[in-house]
Design a protein around this ligand. Structure first.
Ligand code: ADP
Ligand code: MG
Length: 330
């Protein structure tokens, strides 16, 4: 029923940033080489994502927005029993559609015509042929218009935008081969070229000063202490390039963006007294780990992760980052 549906949707769609995360992931899955994100009022007024990926046929887009029969969410009891934490594969578009008005325009590569499909509160209200470029554009308007309780919990536009920015930045940094751009209220926040390496991508996102200060981290089994990680690589900033907040510490586990405080703390620990207690470096750090030693189902939609051997992971990250700083004479 509708109540269950909207609660379920609320598990996927917490705020504008969660919509952006799902749609950017879909664009990357669709082999896009360009993903453009534009939001209005932090995403509370509108979200538009355009990609040049494989696109969808009319049948494909109609299927994509359906409630998938494999869903395990059958009633409230299931939700309360924690099914929500098992993830909602194949549910994102449907869930977003259930709590907003969505317009999808899409054309498969190499096809002559595209399709426009409109979803309102989960129902398809129109579908038909449309002239549009190859790839997919998804516009999400009136988020939570039918879930006033959720709408009420949205923060100010600036706060919601900060979350959107974190998400888009994280995907941009992890995908230097994809041109990712972000626009807020008509003004460009950043745009990557999609042609560069990690350092160039950092420059596009954080600017020249930060990019120049970056130090390469590159450790593998041969120089890491014993622990769950097989490799630690990426970039960390010179201690003099730091900020008051920790939002510039982007960490990835096996290529997947995660919000892992344990990893962030280990990075900061490696700087020791070179950083004042309330200052944080910039970091883009990729951890390679045996998938059997991490629990990614803590809450897949929230990008959290748990290490079986957290102490071992911390020691390895500290060692890798300390090693990189030492090589620079720091
Ligand atoms: P999932 O990504 O888990 O399959 P979603 O609800 O996010 O579930 O998307 C459903 C399907 O819609 C995808 O599997 C894909 O086939 C299609 N799809 C969604 N977004 C895009 C896109 N930007 N380009 C091409 N296909 C897409
Ligand atoms: Mg998806």
């Amino acid at each position: 029923d509708q109540t269950v549906e909207r609660i379920a949707a609320g598990e996927v769609v917490e705020r504008p940033a969660s919509v952006v995360k799902e749609l950017v992931e879909n664009s990357l899955d669709a082999d896009a080489s360009r993903v453009s994100v534009a939001v209005e009022a932090g995403g509370t007024e509108g979200i538009r994502i355009t990609d040049d990926g494989v696109g969808m046929s009319r049948e494909a887009v109609e299927t994509a927005v359906e409630k998938h029969t494999t869903s395990k969410i059958s009633d409230i009891a299931d939700l309360e029993a924690g099914v929500a934490t098992l993830g909602f594969r194949g549910e994102a578009l449907h869930a977003i559609g259930a709590v907003s008005r969505v317009t999808i325009t899409t054309r498969p590569r190499g096809e002559d015509t595209g399709t426009e499909l409109v979803l309102e509160g989960g129902e398809v209200t129109s579908v038909g042929p449309a002239g549009c470029p190859e790839g997919t554009t998804i516009e999400v308007a009136d988020l939570f218009y039918n879930v006033p309780a959720r709408r009420k919990y949205l923060k100010q536009a600036s706060t919601e935008f900060a979350h959107v920015n974190t998400v888009v930045t994280s995907y941009a940094l992890a995908n230097p081969a994809v041109a990712v751009s972000l626009e807020h209220d008509g003004r460009e926040t950043f745009a990557t070229t999609g042609q560069g390496d990690l350092q160039e991508t950092v420059m596009s996102v954080y600017g020249r000063e930060v990019a120049r200060s970056m130090i390469a981290v590159e450790s593998d089994d041969s120089d890491l202490p014993e622990g769950p990680l097989d490799g630690v690589s990426g970039l960390v900033s010179h201690p003099e390039t730091n900020r008051a907040g920790r939002e510039y510490l982007s960490t990835y586990v096996n290529g997947r963006y995660v919000r892992a405080n344990a990893v962030r703390e280990a990075v900061v620990d490696a700087y020791g007294t070179q950083l004042a207690p309330d200052r944080y470096p910039f970091a883009v750090l990729f951890l390679d780990v045996d998938p059997g030693t991490v629990d990614v189902n803590v809450h897949p939609r929230k990008m959290e992760i748990r290490f079986a051997d957290e102490a071992g992971m911390r020691e390895q990250v500290v060692s890798a980052v300390e090693g990189a700083l030492l090589r620079e004479g720091l």
